[in-house]
Design a protein around this ligand. Structure first.
Ligand code: PEP
Length: 255
């Protein structure tokens, strides 16, 4: 892990409830965690509750959403805007998670619009990108990732990565129990930083690049030893407070 402040983000997907939110808000306090940023992205209906519990327990948790609309407001049934997220004190939004891309058909261009919409409204976007197993076998990993990043650069400019986060999430590693090896992850993270550096070397050095895909309490420490891994986006293991705490502690001690 480089000198960038690590970010450990939990993506609860369509899981969790109010009691889990209360448990997390109480356990993740400043005595437990003080040198890294920790974020929980619960289902959107619980974002407000998480923010309230964080206040009530003086928790260090940051509050985020798993998705956000590219539109500001209006006739978009079922969508949630950046203003709504801000009103309930969310400060991060995941955009372009592989499930949104694969199941809900989100294109690199749409994801770039969401990224920009979040960023210009002071919500930190976490841009997810990663290849499928087939794309890896076909040696297309870097092409897929470059395409997702280029869509953001074209719409929002390279400066937009000054205040954004990237999460490398190989699709074949998400929810499968088959994490990328630290070396595989580092190779892609290095590619991402190098690709950004072609546009702006300073921006490339400053952007946090998280790894996501079956991160757990046993494999996190080795992943965090890699130079270009600045934290993790965690699915399944972020639902169990002990496991998530161990991952956070591993990130703290890797600094
Ligand atoms: C995710 O949902 O982004 C994810 C990485 O899930 P898991 O950690 O369960 O693979």
């Amino acid at each position: 892990m480089s000198q960038l402040k690590p970010l450990i983000a939990g993506n609860w997907k369509m899981n969790g409830n109010k009691s889990l939110i209360s448990e997390f808000a109480q356990e993740f306090n400043s005595q437990a965690i003080n040198e890294i940023d920790v974020l929980i992205c619960p289902p959107s209906i619980y974002v407000d509750e998480l923010a309230k519990q964080v206040d009530a327990h003086e928790s260090v948790l940051n509050v985020g959403a798993q998705n956000v609309s590219e539109q500001a407001s209006g006739a978009f049934t079922g969508e949630i805007s950046v203003d709504m997220l801000k009103e309930v004190k969310a400060s991060f939004a995941i955009v372009g998670h592989s499930e949104r891309r694969a199941i809900f058909g989100e294109s690199p261009q749409l994801v770039a619009q969401k990224y920009k919409q979040a960023l210009v409204n002071d919500i930190t976007p976490i841009l997810c990108t990663g290849e499928t197993e087939q794309e890896r076998e076909d040696d297309k990993t870097f092409d897929v990732i470059a395409k997702d990043i280029n869509a953001v650069v074209e719409l929002a400019g390279i400066e937009s990565f000054k205040n954004g986060v990237i999460a490398y999430e190989p699709v074949w590693a998400i929810g499968t129990g088959k994490s990328a090896t630290p070396e595989q992850a580092q190779a892609v993270h290095r590619f991402i930083r190098g690709h950004l550096a072609k546009y702006d070397a300073e921006v490339a050095q400053g952007v946090r690049i998280l790894y996501g895909g079956s991160v757990n309490e046993n494999n996190a420490a080795e992943l965090f030893k890699q130079n270009d891994i600045n934290g993790a986006l965690v699915g399944g293991a972020s639902l169990v407070s002990d496991k998530f705490m161990t991952i956070c502690n591993n990130a703290q001690s890797s600094k």
